[in-house]
Design a protein around this ligand. Structure first.
Ligand code: FES
Ligand SMILES: [Fe+2]
Length: 414
């Protein structure tokens, strides 16, 4: 029997239409990651790169490079704009303004997500300014009206425009693709269509599919503006080396420092930084491990972290952090969102544990991690030109990020 046939044969009501038992696959994948991490705890080891990596100061301080990153990483390539749960119903709209051109996402009557420049085709006013559920979208300037597929369907005072072809004034689309709960856009009307599985790579895509993000419901979103390069902020998400020192009474009390299991998927990766509670069940058989708590941290290149982690009491949350470059090289923005996984809904109809977890993470990130980012950014501005920040072999996830960003920028410069 093939793997897929075995999967289909073992499917029950939890299987989706493609025959995958995501619940079982999620558990198996999460347990394998936990097992490796528990072995690290017991042996006092961590996954390591072959050596250190030194980073040029200009990585964080060069304004020309900053503009190149915005173009190459955030406007030429697909970026994560939303999750399905952010705009689940026909007529739902979602605004994505973080990568340059304001982007309007709208789910049409058939349930398909469209993406457009959020620009009225009369005189370029911002078409949708509040992301509400809509049947049609009307511009607040002169009232030009568009349907959910971007077609211009209403022009007040039409006689004023009788010498132009209004059929050529539909909204300007940008490539968009929705896949397993993730909605990617390419913020460029001339950009190629998006194949999400190809973009993520098949093996990494399969790991993400386990999470069933299409069923995740948003609990709370917040924004953090930081006076540091977006990558300095990004670097704080990819290593647990700092937990005990920077976060002694917050994250450091929940998770162990400087222990990591690391799985590489090209520019993407998945990693585990152990929670203290792993030790409570590390000597028990796997069947007795809590099954809904920990699946690791998924990094989608270049700017997304999905933390599949737990709230005390066995509840799971998905914490999604998306980081974006600011106007200047020493400015960045983070959109933090906390979702309740679909498999939590039956047993846990409440929402407070998820919103409280969101507030906790927001506070730790903004007051602890990003205070270091801002101070470090200021220091790098004045550091001797010969100084190079160094990423340890234990900071291998950060090495992977910087290496791939550097490669893409070098290719672009050729
Ligand atoms: S700019 Fe939108 S109707 Fe005039
Ligand atoms: Fe941190």
């Amino acid at each position: 029997m093939s793997d897929q046939a075995t999967l289909n044969a073992s499917c029950n009501s939890q299987c989706n239409e493609s025959g995958n038992d995501w619940t079982r696959l999620r558990r198996e994948s999460g347990n394998a990651l936990r097992k490796r991490t528990i072995d690290h705890i017991k042996a006092s080891t961590t996954d390591l790169a072959e050596g250190t990596m030194q980073v040029e100061l200009g990585t964080y301080t060069d304004s020309a490079r900053h503009e190149q990153e915005k173009r190459v990483l955030f406007r030429q390539r697909p970026v994560l704009a939303a999750l399905t749960g952010d705009m689940p119903e026909p007529g739902d709209t979602f605004l994505f303004d973080e990568v340059g051109p304001p982007i309007l996402l709208v789910r049409n009557k058939a349930g398909k997500v469209n993406a457009f420049l959020n620009m009225c085709t009369h005189r370029a006013a911002k078409l949708v300014t509040e992301p509400k559920r809509k049947n049609r979208m009307s511009c607040k300037f002169h009232g030009w009206t568009f349907d959910l597929d971007g077609k211009l369907v209403g022009v007040p005072g039409k006689e004023g425009f009788k010498d132009i072809n209004l059929e050529e004034r539909n909204l300007i689309p940008v490539p968009v693709a929705e896949w397993h709960g993730l909605i990617f856009v390419r913020a460029n009307p001339d950009g190629a269509p998006i194949d999400v599985e190809e973009h993520l790579g098949k093996a990494f895509a399969r790991e993400l599919a386990h999470l069933e993000l299409e069923k995740a419901r948003p609990m709370k979103t917040s924004r953090i503006d930081v006076n540091s390069n977006w990558k300095y902020a990004m670097d704080t998400y990819g290593e647990g080396y700092h937990f005990g020192t920077l976060h002694p009474s917050s994250i450091g009390a929940l998770a162990m420092s400087n222990i990591m299991s690391y799985d590489n998927y090209g520019p993407n990766h998945r990693l585990a930084m152990p929670r203290a509670e792993f030790l409570e069940y590390s000597d028990k058989p796997e069947e007795e491990w809590p099954d809904t708590t920990y699946n690791g941290l998924y990094y989608i290149f270049p700017n997304v972290v999905i933390n599949a982690n737990s709230i005390p009491g066995g509840r799971q949350f998905y914490g999604v952090a998306r980081l974006f470059p600011g106007d200047k090289v020493d400015q960045g923005t983070t959109l933090l969102s906390t979702y309740k996984p679909g498999h939590m809904e039956d047993k846990h109809p409440e929402t407070e544990p998820w919103t409280e977890m969101h507030d906790f993470i927001h506070k730790v990130v903004s007051t602890e991690d990003y205070s270091v980012s801002e101070d470090g950014q200021r220091n790098m501005k004045y550091a001797p030109a010969s100084f190079k920040p160094v990423l340890g072999a234990n900071e291998l996830a950060l090495q992977n990020i910087h290496r791939h960003i550097n490669e893409l920028l070098e290719q672009d410069s050729k």
